[in-house]
Write a protein that binds this ligand. Structure first.
Ligand SMILES: NC(=O)c1ccc[n+]([C@@H]2O[C@H](COP(=O)([O-])OP(=O)(O)OC[C@H]3O[C@@H](n4cnc5c(N)ncnc54)[C@H](OP(=O)(O)O)[C@@H]3O)[C@@H](O)[C@H]2O)c1
Length: 237
């Protein structure tokens, strides 16, 4: 039987929009008490109009994580969507961008696990984020792919280390969160058109598709060590 989120403390790290927001709103609707956390808690508090607790954390900074853990108190479910993409072909990649990507999406969750595990409920969970680039390598996405691949592997390692706390990851496909706005209006339309006509689901994903998956992995008590691919079947093409 699925666990309920009623009155459980769910902590969501990430920005005030996109996937983090959909997870926050879905968990709140399911009865959870939600804390949102990121580098700018004032902006988060403003975005949510004071309806959730907002906290500061920079997942690339161990002291920030340790202080965050102290302020949080007991946690039932932790979700980290934090990410800093290192897009570009090999010739354009610099070490700092790749390091920042790994630091944010791999070492960040590793250190979050280290500092927060003692206060996560034994029937609770930690949800990380991987991404489709790990399962369908493409030119221009090397830095993203190796980061997401490492997040997938870290998930399985943490599922063993933190047991019985369950640890899973979500691997989104192409989701219209604003993460692709840097391609420009035209570029984004062409990019999305390509994916929606080629993938087996024949559409681009939504933040709600991903939030539904996060709630599923948080509440299924027999699911751990899994990277759930919610990607419209993109790696099959
Ligand atoms: N959107 C997609 O198509 C897609 C595809 C595959 C995987 N994913 C993954 O799904 C997750 C959510 O994606 P999204 O598109 O909704 O959001 P996103 O654009 O990836 O946003 C991630 C947010 O993480 C926060 N962040 C960055 N560095 C941080 C740090 N050091 N400490 C704390 N927070 C930090 C930033 O928020 P602030 O700017 O507010 O600081 C950033 O906006 C990410 O892990 C992403 O890689 C998304």
């Amino acid at each position: 039987m699925a666990a309920t989120l009623e009155d459980r403390h769910v902590v969501v790290i990430g920005r005030s929009s996109g996937i983090a927001r959909a997870v926050t709103e879905s968990a709140t609707a399911a009865g959870a008490r939600v804390t949102v956390a990121g580098r700018d808690p004032e902006a988060l508090a403003h975005a949510y109009q004071g309806n959730v607790r907002a906290e500061r954390v920079d997942v690339t900074d161990d002291q920030s994580i340790a202080e965050f853990a102290q302020r949080l108190g007991p946690v039932d479910h932790l979700v980290s969507t934090a990410s800093a993409r290192a897009r570009g072909v090999l010739g354009e990649l610099d070490r700092a961008a790749v390091l920042n990507s790994m630091n944010t999406k791999v070492l960040g969750p590793l250190m979050l696990a280290k500092h927060l595990a003692p206060q996560i409920a034994s029937d609770g969970s930690f949800t990380l984020f991987s991404g489709v680039a790990a399962f369908k390598p493409a030119v221009g996405y090397l830095g993203v792919a190796v980061t997401n691949g490492a997040a997938d592997f870290l998930t399985r390692c943490l599922a063993l280390e933190l047991a019985p706390i369950r640890v899973n990851a979500i691997s989104p496909g192409v989701i219209d969160t604003g993460a692709w706005d840097s391609l420009g209006e035209e570029g984004k339309r062409a990019y999305f058109d390509h994916f929606r006509t080629h993938n087996p689901a024949r559409r681009i994903g939504t933040s709600q598709d991903i939030a539904d998956a996060v709630l599923f992995v948080m509440t299924n008590p027999f699911l751990t060590g899994v990277t759930l691919r919610v990607d419209g079947g993109e790696p099959l093409t």
